[in-house]
Design a protein around this ligand. Structure first.
Ligand code: FE2
Ligand code: ZN
Length: 440
């Protein structure tokens, strides 16, 4: 479905298509040649027998038990609108497939590389910055913002009204809130909160070293938002400043310069843990009201939590590229490995920390009033400088489910391709990004 006045790039236009035994060979107008396996084409068919165009899922007509393993075609033609029409010699029934040419090109089976590499950054990062009103009221601005999170993993929103309602409104633009042990999925980091300092290490006032959040949870691939409501510093020191680093950059440096350490951090596990038992008792000690208990004999607090998880500091994807960085020294559990492996792992772990202490790879800045810092927790390591005795800082925080964020980004990206829903179903990120740029 080409929009009026917009011309599709030559790389998405078929020059010719020929039957060639078990494949169909397509020559594109940009000179590229693609070879498609017949069985692959028949399996991907979007005709009414094979595919439900209302639910956008596979129809019983696509039956793995009767699918011919070596299908052959009677004819192959390029239609007037540029799509490819195949008439099959299918013993089961009359069967025709029509493939959108742009969709076919992004599924080219002769091209390698299924993921798009993101640009990594160091101290020279020019922080992507957006305006609150733009991103909450305009979907084009929202897409540009979400796309920058995909590219760099971090951004700042300015001019956010300093209240929880506005913060929730902004987070809802990114996706659904992620709930952990506690039903209130927006939390407050308040430097004057003495009880919180006894419950969570991150609330204490010392320097909070670069880390990922939720390392002891199965799903840590979230987007974190931190909104500065209050910053009152009487002594001009850089206290309570945000610090961030690109985990993918560190992985890149290790892979290139310290391959042995890289191997350790991608193959060995660093366990993480979170045991949260005493929150209610501490609230009581301070004269607060304790929430109800959940166990029958009242021995387990309502918001108690206990988890343990094995993480790779650098987790690789199916193609061997860094997909997620999980690092939090504070929530590390004892190493779980044979005695003769400990030293070499620890050397690699230390190198990772050394890189985080190297100012070449990090950024330190003040998150100002009304600013919201957004970090992809699966990639960006964050922390803050020490908080002095006179600093008053109040920050709201929350997490958005990574999957929900990704879905929002993919939906907005897909709109740019201007294609039918059933051609937008089942595309990799790379394919979607390519189709979003299919017009000249
Ligand atoms: Fe954190
Ligand atoms: Zn079909």
């Amino acid at each position: 479905m080409t929009a009026q006045n917009q011309q599709v790039k030559s790389s998405f236009q078929i020059d010719s298509a020929t039957q060639n035994g078990e494949t169909i060979d397509v020559l594109w107008k940009d000179g590229h040649k693609s070879v498609y396996n017949n069985l692959w084409l028949m399996d991907a068919c979007r005709c009414k027998q094979c595919f439900q165009d209302d639910t956008l899922s596979v129809n019983p007509g696509n039956d793995p038990l009767t699918m011919p393993l070596s299908p052959s075609s009677n004819s192959v033609d390029v239609e007037q609108d540029g799509s490819l029409k195949i008439v099959w010699d299918d013993p089961r029934s009359d069967h025709e497939s029509i493939f959108d040419s742009a969709w076919l090109r992004v599924h080219c089976q002769s091209e390698t590389g299924r993921s798009l590499a993101r640009k990594t950054w160091d101290k020279t990062l020019d922080m992507p910055t957006f305006d609150f009103n733009d991103v909450v009221s305009n979907d084009d601005a929202l897409f540009v913002w979400l796309d920058s999170i995909i590219e760099t993993g971090v951004s700042i929103i300015e001019n956010a009204p300093r209240n929880e309602e506005a913060f929730r409104e902004l987070a809802a633009r990114v996706g659904f809130l992620h709930t952990r042990y506690h039903p209130s999925n927006v939390f407050t980091l308040d430097t004057t909160d003495k009880i919180a300092q006894k419950i969570q290490h991150a609330y204490k006032l010392d320097r909070l070293f670069y880390h990922s959040d939720l390392t002891a949870y199965t799903d840590s691939g979230v987007i974190q938002l931190l909104h500065c409501l209050e910053y009152n510093n009487s002594n001009q020191e850089a206290e309570g400043y945000s610090i961030i680093a690109d985990g993918f950059k560190l992985a890149e440096v290790l892979r290139k310069e310290y391959p042995e350490h890289y191997k350790q951090l991608t193959e060995e596990y660093a366990p993480a843990c979170r045991r949260r038992m005493v929150a209610e008792e501490k609230v009581l000690q301070e004269g607060g009201e304790a929430p109800g208990n959940v166990s029958q004999n009242n021995t387990i607090g309502k918001y108690a939590w206990e988890s343990y998880r094995l993480n790779h500091v650098i987790k690789l994807d199916e193609w061997g590229n860094p997909a997620e960085v999980r690092f939090n020294h504070n929530t590390r559990a004892p190493l779980s490995m044979p005695h003769d492996k400990v030293k070499s792992f620890y050397q690699a772990y230390r190198k990772f920390v050394e890189l985080l202490e190297d100012q070449q790879y990090t950024k330190e800045f003040l998150l100002k009033l009304g600013q919201v810092l957004i970090c992809d927790n699966g990639r960006i390591l964050h922390g803050r400088t020490e908080v002095g005795s006179t600093l008053k800082r109040k920050v709201l925080g929350t997490y958005v489910k990574g999957e929900s964020f990704k879905s929002r980004w993919r939906l907005l990206l897909g709109q740019k391709a201007q294609m039918n829903d059933f051609w937008l179903t089942g595309l990799s990120d790379k394919a979607l990004e390519t189709l979003a740029n299919r017009f000249v």
